[in-house]
Design a protein around this ligand. Structure first.
Ligand code: SAM
Ligand code: SF4
Length: 499
């Protein structure tokens, strides 16, 4: 019987990609993926350290596994990723039954670590160097970009994929643990990235999302005095046959250069969607966060994005309750959201992270209750802005890449696929990253279709597939084609709840 791997992933898209690659590499070693923890030979948790809550979730899961390990001593338990890199000793102290602790920069070693646990019966650690403990060169070398061969069966679908274009971060925002746990910023060679995109396209991938902590800081020195920027990389990727859409996340406001915006405007496959976190609308808070820009700079950047890329949609991140955030400074974040026209914002309560400058220098002085209230208040303002943005799209015809049955449909009908021709509630995304829910045949999954939007909430657009309907006009050319019309059978208002 092939050995079985169970893996749980917490955190960002980078972690989702890492898990996909870990599963792919263990499959090549003969492992099968299982969704049942009880019959797994290897149990991995791919972890996140950005907020305390994410770590707490992993420690409770590990706690629940203590008795499982007593009952199944042969099962190997591994903690991977950011928390492993940050707290290797703490993990072993709090969960001595863990066999493998493997940081973000060492994932390629997992097959070897499993073999060593089996051989020696002793726990194995694989970690990159601490940024303060060695030269930049040595630390860089200890954080390896983990990008083995892709395996389409590992992704939720074969037509969308993440592609890492860089690892690490050098910005050191004072609240953020990422520069410690993901190491120095290092961009991958453009040829390696384009080769990966070609392979993905050959396997049926239509949409790639390029990943980097500050993806628009991407730069690769080609060695002959030339440098490849993100705009150059986008132009190169644009030539990949089969790839229809290129997205990239997450952008740093100061690095939103004009050449990049021009590339987004000029290259038809590059989607007009920019995720550019601002974090706060207050200059004093931004300064304490060491974000390297003012709110005036950010506002100007928004104007520049919209001028250079007409129709672009923009989303953001905010942290509420950072040290020293007074009511008036919070109000400035509310004002920014109210006027910004953001498609959506991800809003987080500040979570102090030991190991960051913010934790060292500033008290966590906004009470939890106030953080919670500010989170809700800011979200309520963003929801109104999102609704306005969505209502403005009603009546428009948009291009949607159909992703699959909606969550609501799956909940009501179970995970099982119901025949390709079955009518179901489907979900997809526009080129501006808006979610569209509609009724259609499952054979549309993976296809790019034109859709007319006829209803909107703050979270979702509702639409119907547009058909090029051939009409019979006896007195005219028989091949005449009517203007796009919403397919009547499918365009009825979808009355199921919003996903
Ligand atoms: N590199 C991206 C950037 O600079 O915008 C974001 C990376 S971070 C993993 C994703 C989001 O988590 C950040 O934009 C920020 O809003 C939030 N975040 C990071 N550290 C946090 C902390 N200590 N407490 C609360 N939210 C945090
Ligand atoms: Fe963290 Fe700032 Fe780097 Fe984003 S830019 S990963 S928030 S340090």
């Amino acid at each position: 019987m092939p050995p079985k791997l169970y893996i749980e992933t917490v955190g960002c898209q980078m972690n989702v990609l890492d898990s996909e690659l870990v599963v792919g590499s263990l499959r090549r070693q003969g492992y099968e993926l299982t969704h049942e923890l009880d019959n797994a030979d290897v149990i991995f948790f791919n972890t996140c350290s950005v907020r305390q809550h994410a770590e707490d979730k992993i420690y409770s899961a590990l706690g629940r596994l203590r008795s499982h390990k007593r009952r199944h001593p042969g099962t190997i338990i591994g903690v991977l990723g950011c928390m492993a890199q940050k707290d290797q000793e703490l993990v072993r102290r709090r969960a001595p039954h863990v066999d493998i602790v493997c940081g973000t920069g060492q994932l390629a070693r997992l097959p070897e670590l499993i073999a060593q646990v089996r051989q020696t019966g002793r726990p194995q650690f694989a970690l990159s160097l601490d940024r303060k403990e060695a030269s930049r060169h040595d630390v860089e070398r200890s954080f390896e970009s983990y990008d083995p061969l892709r395996d389409p069966s590992m992704r939720p679908n074969r037509f969308q994929a993440y592609v890492r274009i860089m690892i690490g971060c050098d910005k050191f925002c004072t609240y953020c643990i990422v520069p410690q746990v993901r190491g120095p910023e290092q961009s991958r060679h453009p040829d390696v990235i384009t080769a990966e995109a070609r392979q993905l396209a050959d396997e049926g991938c239509k949409e790639v999302t390029l990943l980097g902590q500050t993806v628009n800081s991407y730069k690769y020195d080609l060695g002959d005095g030339r440098r490849s920027r993100l705009s150059d990389l986008l132009a190169k990727l644009h030539d990949t046959p089969g790839i229809e859409r290129i997205k990239f996340i997450t952008n740093f406001p100061r690095d939103m250069s004009d050449d990049l915006l021009d590339a987004v405007r000029e290259l038809p496959k590059v989607c007009p969607y920019l995720h550019v976190p601002v974090q706060s609308g207050c200059n004093e808070v931004l300064k304490r966060m060491k974000r390297l820009y003012t709110v005036e700079y950010y506002r100007d950047m928004l104007v520049r994005c919209r001028e250079r890329v007409p129709g672009v949609s923009i989303s953001s991140d905010f942290i509420v309750g950072f040290s020293g955030e007074s009511e008036p400074s919070f109000q400035r974040s509310c004002d920014l959201v109210a006027e910004s026209g953001f498609k959506n914002s991800y809003i987080f309560k500040y979570s102090p992270r030991p190991g960051t400058k913010g934790h060292e220098l500033y008290p966590d002085d906004v009470p939890e209750e106030i953080k919670k209230r500010r989170n809700n208040d800011l979200l309520a303002i963003q929801n109104k802005v999102s609704l306005q943005d969505h209502l403005g799209r009603v009546g428009q015809v948009v291009e949607v890449l159909v992703e699959g049955p909606s969550k609501t449909f799956l909940k009501a009908n179970g995970q099982q696929q119901t025949g390709k021709s079955a009518l179901s509630q489907l979900t997809g995304r526009t080129r501006t990253d808006h979610i569209v829910v509609f009724e259609g045949n499952q054979r549309l999954i993976g296809q790019t279709v034109q859709m007319v939007i006829h209803e909107a909430t703050a979270f979702t657009l509702f639409g119907g597939v547009v058909t090029m309907e051939k009409i019979h006009q006896p007195n005219f050319d028989d091949a005449a084609v009517s203007p796009p019309q919403a397919e009547v059978a499918l365009s009825a208002r979808v009355s199921l709840p919003v996903i």
